[in-house]
Design a binder for this molecule. Structure first.
Ligand code: ADP
Length: 239
């Protein structure tokens, strides 16, 4: 198959970004009135809403007397992709829901909320590559916004390879026609990796390069998450 040209002769990507440049990210909280906590993220053209509800797990036999159950449900709206997405869960959405549930659980102090269920509803309104990571990044903020005790605020990023070069934060074209896709998430305080996937072909050195780039970018994304939470409470204080 002929290679699709994803990087031009000046070293720029199709959307004009440098190899180590992120798409813009904006996060707001408190966007769903009925929820205990919520967040909205725009990451490039991705648009995702997360609403968090905390309740006693039901039925009773489903409760864990030692800790809370964390259930994330990732869903793509029918209009979120160019070809209408078939409604309902499929293998991919179930896999992403599980990954996000586990990543969030590693940060939540679940033992502080025995018998509880934490439902994290993720609605992807527009999808443009990197939605699992954008969803987790927003879900962390929504869980914190719900006042759920957390050890740390999970944050993620993706990198990959396009035309043989390691690039940060894959675009849709790079995801489709590139050589590799590497989503990753960490607990920033401890540095613990809570999600790492690799789809494609990379050398050990390229993987290291990609991880280094992502770790650098995650520092900024963490800051955007914390600012989103601070903005919310500063505005409320001023009212
Ligand atoms: P991620 O969104 O985490 O990168 P994938 O690598 O599986 O997950 O998907 C890449 C992109 O492909 C998505 O962000 C979305 O734009 C598109 N996509 C995923 N599933 C579908 C689908 N069922 N129909 C059309 N496009 C899809």
């Amino acid at each position: 198959m002929e290679e699709v040209k994803l990087i031009n002769d000046d070293g720029l990507r199709l959307d004009g970004r440098a190899f180590n440049e992120m798409r813009p990210i904006r996060i707001t909280t408190g966007v769903v009135d009925n929820a205990d906590g919520s967040a909205y993220i725009e990451w490039g053209a991705n648009k995702i809403v997360v609403a968090v509800y905390v309740r006693e797990a039901y039925p009773k036999h489903a409760q864990n007397i030692d800790k809370a159950i964390v259930k994330a449900r990732y869903n793509m709206a029918g209009f979120s992709v160019e070809e209408r997405k078939r409604p309902g869960p499929d293998r991919r959405t179930m896999e992403i829901s599980k990954l996000i549930s586990e990543a969030l659980e590693s940060a939540i102090m679940v033992e502080r909320l025995p018998r509880a269920e934490i439902d994290v509803y993720i609605e992807v309104l527009e999808a443009d590559a990197g939605t699992r990571i954008a969803s987790l990044t927003a879900a962390s903020v929504a869980v914190a916004d719900a006042g759920i005790p957390m050890k740390d605020l999970p944050v993620g990023c993706t990198a990959g390879k396009a035309n043989g070069k390691v690039v940060l934060d894959l675009s849709k074209d790079e995801d489709n026609y590139g050589d590799a896709d590497i989503p990753m998430a960490i607990l920033p305080k401890s540095g613990k990796i809570i999600l790492l996937q690799l789809d494609g072909d990379v050398s050990e050195q390229e993987l290291e390069e990609a991880m280094e780039m992502m770790l650098g970018a995650m520092k900024n994304i963490s800051r955007i998450q914390r600012e989103a939470l601070m903005n919310r409470y500063m505005i409320e204080d001023g009212e």
